[in-house]
Write a protein that binds this ligand. Structure first.
Ligand SMILES: [Ca+2]
Ligand SMILES: [Ca+2]
Ligand SMILES: [Zn+2]
Length: 983
């Protein structure tokens, strides 16, 4: 592998970008569909009636044609000196803004207007041929859009815009866009829009020859709903681990069995298929959890087969590699091979005469800007991922992840101008020439200027404190700099900080108090871990109380859903995330506190916070999307519909503008309110004025994309699973990842280039990167998933933040567990599902083992052990000193609970008991003296304090929180007495 060096000698690896297997692209596959009927919109043979904007050169050519003899030639400058001269900041430097919307000055657009509106209802696909003139420009993308008169632009309405990306130069490109979900009964205009964002090659101009624009009728993909198509099975495209659950969902069918097939079609197993029917539809559940053979397999049910997928304990690693590829492709200030040269080194921020380039880190999305908060959370995520990869011995991928961490750190330290002071944005969405001293240089002011921002600072502290742990001795000098900077910046935010008691509506992409206090608390634990300084312990515990103040712990309605968060301590606003999500913030904080500070009187509250979230929000909430088991988006109250919504920059002036494909009609407040009411009613009825939305209850037409929000919740659940040692929690967390990569009703992967049937993302200024993930699922009607063909901002927008969420999930789900300890006479671990044996030699041991249920034998003693992904356990397998505890609970009435604690083992032990929502004189500690073979039983009769809230009892043996056992339940949800850890 080649390396590049920077000024201070750091070596950076030159990686080639991964190439997608385009035979798995749904856009590509769909081109082969039979066209049942077609109608010309324009064969480009007749009189010109396309209107160009001033920056477009437009004419007809007979150089080439797909039909007839002519095509329409559209040409414009991607790097336009007039635009650069005109687009200046008050300080005289270039604004750096790409021209990303039609209608604005210098936008390159052509429009064809129909005097009589056309009705396309009988057709469901729009198609076009484009010849791209030869160019060394590497990112070639434009938008096709149409305007249908009277179409609504409310939160439930799809957008009639589609971006075609990755066009090939010097060739005809066949383009097709399926539009079944988009209103098209009165089409008055078709537009082609070329965003102007500078150049990646030497040629400033882009020229297209367009021909054969038509509407077609095809067997279009179903864009929304819960049904699995008749010719598909919904399953995890990246595969399954051997010891984890294995679920797939087929359409309802007659067959009572399904088969696991080898790659060459031999039947390896026949298993019972289970019909499922609920108010959302009928399906067949294919559960092959018992099939644990490593290899490559397919499923077959009722004549339908899946593609090949692996069963392997390394099944997740290709997804890890793809995610790292996406980060690499998004790098700013780096020559990404085949995409662009070293970019944005002529974009600066300045503070008291200190002018620095802000190049570095990662581009944000489809455009080239950079949000430092997202970069910092990416550093955090990649640190988690690197450590997890090192732990499992995947050293090459781990090195790569750590190199990405280093790349982020170099930018973070370089754009930090002093305690709490940072360049707050990289506002360049334009490919500047990278040469300092030319007319496209930028010296950023305003949001790209240097200032203090509380949330940005908190995320900077979090990233630096966390990355210090990953850097460790690898680069001790950088580690020290990170810790010093994190400590300085922490003090800037923490000193004088108080918990606010009211919440203003949070702008999209801004933070609520929950997000800030959650991540600051986590940062305080990280600083404590790095420094051992007790001031950070005290700060973390104090901040942790503020986190707890924000969590609902009672049942708010008849249905036992609770554990969700409010934005503010007064609980005026439930956290409703639309776009980016920070649900992991408070949950990671609670898990970190729980792990570090076992002696705190708040310990049981931290633990219970995780348990309530997992059991009563994730598990119970996911039943609303059975059989797909998706963690829901949020609880809504009827009054929330009339509470102030996130500020909308569009709604107040949009009625002044002419109709566009984005806003065919202005979204009036009344219409938006009406649609929100309908979305509210579509949620699952929790009783009273409460509904559970499976997808976000959107408040506007554009700012959609549920998967980033969803993955934030998945991170929280996975961390709760590790903390509680709960295989059920981890299986549910795994299902969320599987949902994103195929186990959804469409059986499509949302990750570009991974799995099957991915659509192209919206990525106007960069190519679609293998591993790239957009904001994700949309939803239009009925609170159902929607995944249409339109590659449009932001729900289909390739986004670094989505990849950072994915990295956080992959640092947990599908990872082996670390088990270490002492076994003076040796020990044997036998995995129940596979029969695999691991033999430990006498002495101390340190193993990575796959998640699963194990029998553990040492000497003449046999115990059982449940290990979840990413767990870290310390075991004493010593016949003269060992301990096993079992907890059971039985509700004797709605308000009384009997808990039985069985303790067996050898030697003296102390077992700490912690309770929440139970009135009883429970001893804090039970001391036991155990002799070989003896089990001591303790029985506790307990009174539930608040019947409208779950109760919890946790036993912690010998101060080891990772070995704790838990029982919990609630009088209201008695059918669901949940026993975790001991299952
Ligand atoms: Ca023609
Ligand atoms: Ca320049
Ligand atoms: Zn850049």
């Amino acid at each position: 592998m080649a390396h590049r060096h920077n000024d201070n000698g750091t070596a950076w690896t030159d990686w080639p970008l991964l190439h997608a297997d385009m035979t798995a692209s749904l856009d590509r596959k769909s081109l082969g569909k039979p066209v049942l009927r077609r109608q010309w919109i324009d064969d480009m043979e007749t009189d010109p009636d396309w209107r160009p904007s001033p920056v477009v050169e437009l004419g007809y050519t007979t150089d080439r044609a797909v039909v007839g003899t002519r095509s329409l030639r559209m040409s414009t400058l991607l790097r336009n000196p007039d635009y650069i001269r005109a687009s200046r900041e008050p300080n005289g430097t270039f604004s750096g803004q790409a021209v990303l919307f039609e209608g604005t000055p210098f936008s390159a657009v052509i429009a064809k207007h129909f005097d009589a509106p056309q009705d396309w209802s009988e057709y469901n696909r729009l198609s076009l041929w484009v010849y791209v003139h030869p160019t060394d420009h590497t990112t070639i993308a434009f938008a096709l859009a149409f305007l249908s008169e009277g179409s609504a632009a409310g939160p439930e309405d799809p957008i009639a815009i589609h971006y075609f990306s990755d066009l090939k130069a010097g060739a005809w490109n066949q383009l097709a866009w399926e539009i079944p979900e988009i209103r098209r009964d009165a089409v008055t205009e078709v537009t082609v829009f070329q965003p102007t964002f500078g150049v990646t090659g030497s040629e400033p101009r882009i020229t297209y020859d367009l021909d054969a624009l038509q509407v077609e009728l095809v067997d279009a993909e179903v864009p929304e709903g819960w049904s699995v198509p008749e010719d598909k099975i919904s399953y995890s495209h990246f595969g399954y681990t051997r010891g984890g659950h294995k679920l797939a969902t087929a359409p309802a069918g007659e067959a009572t069995e399904f088969e696991v097939l080898s790659r060459d079609g031999q039947v390896a197993a026949s298993l019972p298929a289970a019909p499922i029917t609920n108010e959302r539809g009928s399906w067949t559940r294919l559960d092959f959890s018992t099939f644990t053979r490593e290899g490559e397999w397919r499923l077959r049910y009722d004549g339908v087969e899946t593609e090949v997928f692996p069963i392997s304990d390394d099944a997740h690693l290709p997804l890890v590699e793809a995610t790292l590829n996406a980060f690499y492709g998004l790098r700013c200030g780096w020559a990404v091979p085949g995409v662009h040269g070293v970019c944005h080194s002529d974009v600066f921020s300045e503070h008291e005469g200190d002018r620095r380039s802000v190049a570095g880190g990662w581009h944000d999305a489809a455009n080239l800007t950079q949000g430092p908060g997202r970069t910092h959370l990416s550093i955090y995520a990649l640190s988690d991922l690197a450590d997890s990869l090192y732990a499992r011995g995947a050293t090459a991928l781990a090195d790569r992840a750590r190199e990405e961490v280093c790349w982020g750190i170099a930018w973070s330290l370089g754009t930090r101008f002093g305690p709490g002071l940072r360049a707050l944005y990289n506002d360049a969405s334009y490919y500047t020439d990278g040469v300092v001293g030319t007319d496209d240089d930028m010296v950023q002011e305003g949001r790209g200027g240097v200032a203090y921002d509380e949330f940005q600072n908190i995320l900077g502290v979090l990233a630096m404190a966390r990355a210090a742990r990953t850097m460790g001795d690898h680069d001790a000098g950088t580690t020290e700099r990170l810790i010093v900077a994190a400590a300085e910046d922490f003090a800037v935010t923490y000193e004088g900080l108080v918990s606010p008691v009211t919440a203003e509506p949070v702008a999209i992409n801004a933070s609520s108090w929950r997000d800030r206090v959650g991540y600051l608390c986590l940062a305080a634990v990280e600083l404590y871990r790095s420094t051992g300084d007790l001031q950070y312990r005290d700060a973390a515990i104090r901040l942790g109380r503020w986190v707890l103040d924000l969590q609902e712990t009672r049942f708010v309605a008849e249905a036992p859903v609770t554990g969700f968060f409010y934005e503010d301590a007064a609980r005026t606003r439930i956290v409703h995330e639309y776009h980016d999500g920070f649900e992991d913030s408070g949950l990671l904080a609670l898990a970190a506190l729980r792990e570090e500070f076992v002696d705190s009187e708040d310990w049981i509250d931290w633990h219970t916070g995780l348990a309530l979230y997992a059991d009563y929000f994730c598990h119970l909430g996911s039943e609303a999307s059975a059989p797909f088991g998706m963690i829901p988006a949020a609880v809504w109250r009827a009054v929330d519909l009339d509470a102030p919504l996130p500020p909308d920059p569009v709604v107040d002036f949009i009625h002044l503008l002419p109709p566009t494909p984005l806003f065919p009609t202005p979204p009036t407040r009344g219409m938006v309110r009406e649609q929100m009411q309908r979305m509210f009613e579509d949620g699952m009825d929790l009783g009273g004025d409460y509904r559970l939305r499976r997808f976000p209850l959107w408040c506007d037409h554009v700012r959609h994309g549920a998967t980033t929000v969803h993955l934030g919740k998945t991170i929280g659940l996975a961390q709760a699973a590790i903390a509680r040692g709960s295989a059920a929690d981890m299986n549910l967390a795994s299902r969320q990842l599987e949902w994103v990569v195929g186990a959804n009703p469409f059986s499509r992967s949302l990750v570009y280039g991974v799995g099957f049937d991915w659509w192209q993302n919206f990525s106007a200024e960069l190519p679609n990167l293998v591993g790239g993930l957009s904001l994700g699922f949309n939803s239009y009607t009925g609170d159902t998933p929607a995944w249409g063909n339109n590659a449009v901002f932001p729900y289909k927008e390739q986004w670094v933040y989505s990849s950072s969420r994915m990295a956080m999930v992959l640092a947990r789900v599908g990872t082996p567990a670390r088990v270490r300890g002492e076994a003076p006479a040796g020990a044997t671990f036998t995995m129940r599902a596979t029969g695999d044996e691991g033999v430990v030699a006498p002495g101390s041991f340190d193993l990575m083992i796959p998640a699963g249920e194990y029998d553990v034998q040492f000497g003449g003693t046999r115990t059982s052990l449940v290990v979840v992904d990413g767990a870290r356990l310390t075991l004493r397998l010593d016949e003269s000193q060992w301990l096993m505890i079992e907890l059971r609970a039985e509700a004797s009435s709605t308000e009384r609970v009997r808990v039985t604690l069985d303790v067996s083992g050898e030697g003296s032990h102390s077992i700490a008991l912690r309770t929440r929502n139970l009135d009883a004189l429970v001893p804090d500690v039970i001391d036991v003296e155990l002799a070989r073979g003896a089990t001591q039983r303790f029985e506790l009769d307990l009174q539930v304090t608040d019947a409208a809230a779950p109760w919890t009892l946790v036993a912690i043996p010998d101060r080891d929180v990772n070995a704790s056992r838990e029982v919990g339940g609630s009088a209201l949800a008695r059918s669901r007495h949940l026993t975790r850890g001991a299952e």
